[in-house]
Design a protein around this ligand. Structure first.
Ligand code: GAR
Length: 196
């Protein structure tokens, strides 16, 4: 059984789609835990409903960033996941965690990296007036949204598109592709079957 640990800070819709799809596909993959840095994250409620164990490391309860990250590393080592999946995790992992799990941590980002790294990527792309945007799934390195790209999917911004309609379309794309990329990474299949 391959173990996944998901890290999320907020809504958790990607977390939920990963749990549902891996279960629906009856894969040899279990979501061992959701770890969150935010006790108020809606992802925690989703985890309760989905019966996924939750580890809350509420960032504000730690004396420093370093202490928070040291405890996070301990938890991750204890859980010994095959893959750590960042799904709306809004903190930068320090080098000592990235090094420990090199090429075992992936992230999803709502733009076509290297365009629009960092926060509010969908809105910044929309306001920049680009004609195409999309999603990127990548390995996590020490930088901000800079790791090796695993998968990208693009969508055309339509005439009459609003920020809200674009956000919905981006999230649909994320929910479709993130579970499939995870499945392929953990089952070592080629992703040639993925077509838009
Ligand atoms: C997703 O759109 C994800 O791509 C983005 O946060 C959202 C989380 O949604 N991540 C980043 O911007 C990371 N730089 P969710 O909590 O509903 O899965």
């Amino acid at each position: 059984m391959k173990r996944i640990v998901v890290l999320a800070s907020g809504n958790g819709s990607n977390f939920e789609s990963i749990v549902k799809k891996t279960r629906e596909w009856k894969l040899n993959i279990e979501i061992t835990a959701l770890i969150t840095d935010n006790k108020n994250a809606f992802a925690v409620k989703r985890a309760g409903r989905l019966k996924v164990p939750v580890i809350i490391l509420h960032y504000g309860d730690f004396v420093s960033k370093d202490e928070y990250n040291r405890i996070l590393l301990e938890e991750l080592k204890r859980l010994s996941p095959h893959l750590i999946v960042l799904a709306g995790y809004m903190r930068i992992l320090p080098p000592f965690i990235v090094n420990e799990f090199r090429r075992k941590i992936i992230n999803i980002h709502p733009s076509l990296l290297p365009a629009f790294p960092g926060l509010n990527a969908i809105e910044r792309a929309f306001r920049a007036g680009v004609k195409y945007t999309g999603i990127t799934i990548h390995y996590v390195d020490e930088g901000v949204d800079t790791g090796e790209i695993i998968e990208q999917r693009c969508i055309r911004i339509r005439g009459g598109e609003t920020l809200s309609s674009l956000e919905k379309r981006i999230h649909r794309l994320e929910h479709y592709y993130y579970p499939r990329v995870i499945k392929d990474l953990l089952t070592e299949q080629s992703r040639s079957d993925i077509i838009i």
